[in-house]
Design a protein around this ligand. Structure first.
Ligand SMILES: Nc1ncnc2c1ncn2[C@@H]1O[C@H](COP(=O)(O)OP(=O)(O)OP(=O)(O)O)[C@@H](O)[C@H]1O
Length: 280
């Protein structure tokens, strides 16, 4: 009965199996976050379907179907790399920006502080003058489907540019600005409208669009109301209405600015190894 032995469970083999599962789980999780909200999801569903049919065909000994599906599967590796190229590139860029790869953590922090500063400049200006604005900041989920609907800018985020975009009766003012990786990807983008019935009636389509995008992605969206000048932030289907400057700055800093690096011991060791390698 009493044969429970921790040493038997914590074998190198078991630990490596657990690590294996954990790493795969993390990779799949990050992949899902990356492709959520993009057309890649439909493609992923198709791939899963092919795999299911392949397994069934294997069990039921449908040799011709198995052969064809095997060919498709082996060629689809090349296809996947081509089709998912933007997502793969984004993922690798993300990896490359990790602090241990060249210690760029500080500059990501500084860039985010600057982003919040520029957003604040624009929000203050537009709020005081009742210039309506809709700004969506991409997080983990890809926003490619919505970026496609806008007019490409790929410009540095500055308060002045944001203000200029939303000046009424100018070509870019209608729709949303989408910010990705601290750059304005597009202006005049169309966001999905929420059909939630908890949204106050006084809020129109600009706010519905901001809540809509927050329901289907993890993006953070800022709305400046044309009617009241009120500032609203939406995220994960929730909205914070009529925020003061202090409130939205606190929110944006917490959500967008990574903490100044408090490097753990293993990160310090990795940094040292990386720098040692780079200096050779
Ligand atoms: N689906 C959408 N995607 C992006 N922008 C949108 C969308 N729907 C509306 N807008 C923007 O919102 C503007 C209309 O705002 P509307 O007055 O209906 O909204 P509101 O929530 O009442 O905001 P406000 O308080 O600023 O008036 C449009 O001119 C357009 O710029």
């Amino acid at each position: 009965m009493n044969n429970f032995n921790l040493a038997n469970i914590l074998t190198v083999n078991n630990i490596s199996i657990a690590l294996d599962v954990l790493i795969i789980w993390l990779l799949v999780y990050r992949l899902i976050l990356l492709v959520r909200g993009t057309k890649a999801v439909q493609l992923a569903k198709g791939i899963v379907l092919i795999f299911i049919v392949r397994i069934i065909a294997g069990f039921t000994q449908l040799h011709a179907v198995t052969y064809i599906l095997d060919q498709i599967v082996s060629w689809s590796v090349v296809g996947i790399i081509i089709i998912f190229q933007p997502e793969i590139r984004r993922g690798l860029e993300h990896l490359g920006r990790m602090p241990m790869f060249g210690g760029r953590g500080k500059s990501i922090h500084d860039e985010s502080v600057q982003l919040v500063k520029e957003l604040d400049k624009a929000i203050q200006y537009m709020s005081k003058r009742r210039i309506g604005a809709l700004i969506t900041i991409q997080q983990e989920t890809g926003l490619d489907d919505y970026v496609e609907t806008g007019i490409k800018l790929d410009a540095k985020v500055t308060g002045e540019l944001l203000i200029n975009i939303f000046i009424p009766n100018t070509p870019l003012h209608d729709g949303a600005v989408i910010i990705n990786k601290n750059r304005i990807a597009v202006a005049a983008a169309y966001l999905p409208l929420s059909d939630s019935n908890i949204i106050p009636k006084r809020l129109g389509t600009r706010h519905r669009a901001a809540i809509g995008i927050s329901e289907v992605t993890d993006a953070i969206t800022i709305v400046v109301s044309e009617e009241t000048g009120g500032v609203t932030i939406t995220r994960n289907g929730r909205f914070l209405l009529d925020m003061t400057q202090e409130e939205y700055l606190k929110y944006l800093n917490a959500a967008l600015v990574p903490a100044e690096e408090e490097r753990s011991w293993y990160q310090k060791v990795l940094d040292k190894i990386w720098k040692w390698g780079a200096n050779r």
